[in-house]
Design a protein around this ligand. Structure first.
Ligand code: HAM
Length: 425
């Protein structure tokens, strides 16, 4: 029986990987312009980090973690998100002593044991950013604008920004109670998971997808009506900045997010082109997480986007990587006697900076030409025994089929100049 890739994972093959790389290239460029430096943390951490950081009442922690022990009997978990790891690293390396805020971004794999479907995988990839060490609402707005800019630069436009504020430890308990009071009379109607959420995490009932729960959530008290003065001012400022940046957003009273560390602003960018799994990016403020993980009270805000979801929308919209995969030169060698010289020229051209391919299957002249065509070669270089004896090669311009004889000693210079030119119109 053939072994397949595990369910919910994706092999990115050539033909698709170019667009994947382009998503990373655009993100890196945007992150760097906004002052974020790249951080790379391990893909597994001690399980404790996520239990404390994300919260054990969340689905991510209680149902979706890939947790394992190895010989030392310690419990490890493949990271189910990036924020807790970045905060762990910030504390471990004393980044609190650096000028604040510390602005970091990451790109890498994330693991959640979910039921796979289109746009939902067990290994997926996030590109995300965290700004740690400031409570300035300008950073909340910056996260939203920056995640939108990445999507827009990639060519996407059909999306919606949902935002909300879910308050802080001062005002949330009152809101939580108001919510319980609203749900309590209909508690028997909500799904078993939401019944469990009722005591510990009633906010999550608001974004349950089950019809009965949605009905109960309808008309529920809104978190923005329960904000303390500090949270109110903060949220008003975030909205004012977004208005000033001319960002269209929707106040979504039901947006609560699936991770426990959020305080104040939460947001999600929703694609109007994806089906059920429509969240392209999500994030928000998490002013309590650094302290929760053992550091001093330190405000922070961040977001992450799902790269597979971005890729799906780009593909659906027919958007391609602008980088050509075509080769500059294809070197055709005719016969064993010229093979070594053909390989030397191939090597020299590659070292001169050109993208060069040659034949490795002893193909005929005709099928080498076909292969050159398939690879989109700008130039084909033909080396036979006659040419070698005369110390020349034939250089064919694939656009106009013009063929010229060039001395072997000049071919590298000549082609490296020509191939750098834009293709003839
Ligand atoms: P999250 O909303 O859990 O947030 O994930 C962020 C994004 O990852 C989602 O909007 C979605 O695009 C993508 N995503 C999530 N689960 C899957 C999946 N199973 N398959 C494919 N894509 C998926 C976080 O992870 C937070 N750490 C974001 C954050 C950073 N908040 C503050 N800083």
């Amino acid at each position: 029986m053939k072994i397949k890739a595990p369910r919910g994972t994706i092999d990115f093959l050539p033909g698709r990987i170019e667009l994947w790389q382009y998503i990373q290239e655009v993100s890196r460029e945007v992150f760097s312009r906004y002052g974020y430096a790249e951080i790379n943390t391990p893909i597994f951490e001690y399980t404790e980090l996520f239990l404390r950081g994300i919260g054990d009442t969340t689905d991510v922690v209680s149902k979706q973690m890939y947790t394992f022990t190895v010989k030392d009997d310690k419990s490890y978990t493949l990271r189910p998100e990036g924020t807790a790891s970045v905060v762990r690293s910030y504390l471990e390396h004393g980044l609190g002593a650096a000028p604040q805020p510390v602005k970091l971004f990451y790109i890498g794999p994330i693991f959640r044991h979910e039921r796979p479907q289109k746009g939902r995988y067990r290994q997926f990839h996030q590109l995300g950013a965290e700004a740690i060490g400031s409570q300035d609402p300008a950073l909340d707005a910056e996260m939203i604008v920056m995640s939108m800019e990445i999507l827009q630069k990639l060519g996407l436009g059909n999306f919606l920004v949902n935002i909300n504020s879910i308050g802080c430890p001062v005002c949330r308990p009152t809101y939580r109670q108001a919510l319980r009071d609203h749900i309590s009379p209909s508690l028997a109607k909500v799904c078993p998971t939401c019944q469990e959420r009722f005591e510990k995490n009633p906010l999550r009932i608001l974004d349950c997808k089950i019809a009965a729960c949605k009905e109960v959530a309808d008309g529920a008290p809104k978190s923005i009506d329960y904000l303390c003065p500090e949270c109110q001012t903060h949220y008003a400022q975030v909205c004012e900045y977004l208005d000033a940046f001319k960002i269209t957003y929707r106040q979504n009273d039901l947006l609560v997010r699936g991770l426990d560390y959020y305080t104040k602003t939460v947001y999600e960018v929703e694609s109007l082109d994806l089906g059920a799994q429509s969240a392209l990016s999500g994030g928000g403020r998490y002013d309590g997480l650094v302290a929760e993980l053992g550091g001093p009270a330190t405000p922070a805000v961040g977001f992450a986007s799902g790269m597979e979801r971005i890729l799906l929308v780009l593909e659906e919209q027919g958007i391609k990587s602008p980088h050509s995969t075509a080769v500059d030169v294809f070197v055709i060698s005719l016969g064993d006697a010229v093979r070594t010289q053909a390989l030397v020229i191939t090597q020299q051209l590659r070292q001169a900076g050109l993208k060069v391919e040659t034949d490795y299957l002893g193909r005929s002249m005709k099928s080498q030409m076909k292969q050159a065509d398939r690879l989109g070669a700008k130039y084909v270089l033909i080396l036979g025994e006659d040419e070698l004896a005369k110390g020349v090669v034939q250089v064919r311009d694939m656009q106009d089929s013009a063929q010229t004889e060039v001395p072997l000693s000049q071919v590298v210079d000549r082609l490296s100049q020509n191939a750098q030119q834009p293709a003839k119109a």
